[in-house]
Ligand binder design. Structure first.
Ligand SMILES: O=P(O)(O)OC[C@H]1O[C@H](O)[C@H](O)[C@@H](O)[C@@H]1O
Length: 293
């Protein structure tokens, strides 16, 4: 039985060894193991802070939280009462069943609909489905957003906040050259809202980095001396690269000391502007994360 569902957690076990764990809380993937080189044993590919709350009291500091319907602090009137990154990452999703269970992969679906807690702060009609698929060297996550209203548009942002377990001093992310980006480490609103142009082909995170790349190519390589991950996306037009280093990381309550040495966040999403979805329509954002052996 490669899929177990128990105590608010779904465990996917691939017949060849890799595994993934998904909390119903936030639909957050808190573990993904996969070999990093040919013949190696599966090891952890995601970072979760040793101080992360895993009991549903706050969003998980690590793994892959789902950001919906706003990225960062709300800027759209529909999101005005929501907290940073919206409610997708701190609501309990429903386990909606097994999608696939064979030699090629194991896959489950989680869903989220309005409930009294959400409706108290957000009145739009929506249905979310999140499909997590584990293959031997790959983890795929597909977010399906349906506008269930009769006549109103749904305007949203959505993002998959991947924390990859890598040595941050040695990792680089690319290709990002010549893209416009917004540097959230800048001190003033004006500077944060002014586009910069990326001059580097591959970006490192040795210094505090919080960059929102606009209209990015959707394919990213994350490389470090011992490993190589590739992310391939559909319908996520932007990507965020984040590492707080000690400068900002030491101010994050649930970040373990030195945690910033052990991850890079590469976050495909709709992070600037809004996806506008007509009544009755469904939008699907997808990422496929592959280990390059
Ligand atoms: O602390 P959180 O709300 O989980 O956000 C963590 C980080 O998420 C994204 O990467 C943003 O670009 C950062 O500005 C933010 O600090």
């Amino acid at each position: 039985m490669p899929i177990k569902h128990d105590l608010g957690k779904i465990v996917l076990q691939h017949p060849k060894g890799p595994s993934a764990e998904v909390l119903l809380y936030g639909a957050t993937i808190v573990s993904w193991t996969s070999p990093i080189s040919a013949g190696a044993q599966p090891t952890e590919r995601l970072f979760v802070s040793a101080k992360a709350a895993l009991d549903g009291t706050k969003p998980v500091r690590g793994g892959i939280p789902v950001v919906f319907p706003c990225f960062g602090a709300p800027t759209h009137p529909d999101h005005a009462k929501l907290s940073q990154h919206g409610f997708g990452r701190n609501q309990v999703w429903k386990f909606d069943g097994v999608v696939l269970d064979n030699q090629a992969g194991v896959s489950v679906r989680l869903t989220l609909e309005p409930n009294p807690e959400i409706s108290a702060k957000y009145t739009k009609a929506f249905h979310l489905a999140y499909v997590v698929t584990l293959a031997e060297h790959q983890l795929s996550t597909d977010l399906h957003v349906t506008n269930t209203s009769v006549g109103e548009d749904l305007e949203f942002q959505a993002l998959l906040h991947n924390y990859f377990h890598v040595p941050s001093k040695d990792v680089s992310v690319g290709p990002l050259k010549n893209l416009n980006y917004y540097d959230k480490t800048e001190a003033t609103d004006e500077a944060r809202a002014t586009a910069k142009v990326e001059s580097r082909d591959r970006v490192d995170v040795k210094a505090y980095t919080d960059s929102v790349y606009d209209s990015a190519p959707g394919e990213y390589d994350i490389t470090w001396p011992a490993g190589h991950l590739h992310i391939s996306t559909k319908n996520f037009k932007d990507v965020v690269v984040w590492n707080p280093q000690a400068e900002a990381g030491s101010k994050i309550g649930d970040m373990e000391a030195g945690g910033w040495d052990s991850f890079v966040c590469v976050e495909p999403g709709i992070a600037r502007g809004f996806e506008i979805l007509g009544a009755g329509k469904t939008w699907v954002g997808q990422q496929v994360i592959s280990v390059k052996l």
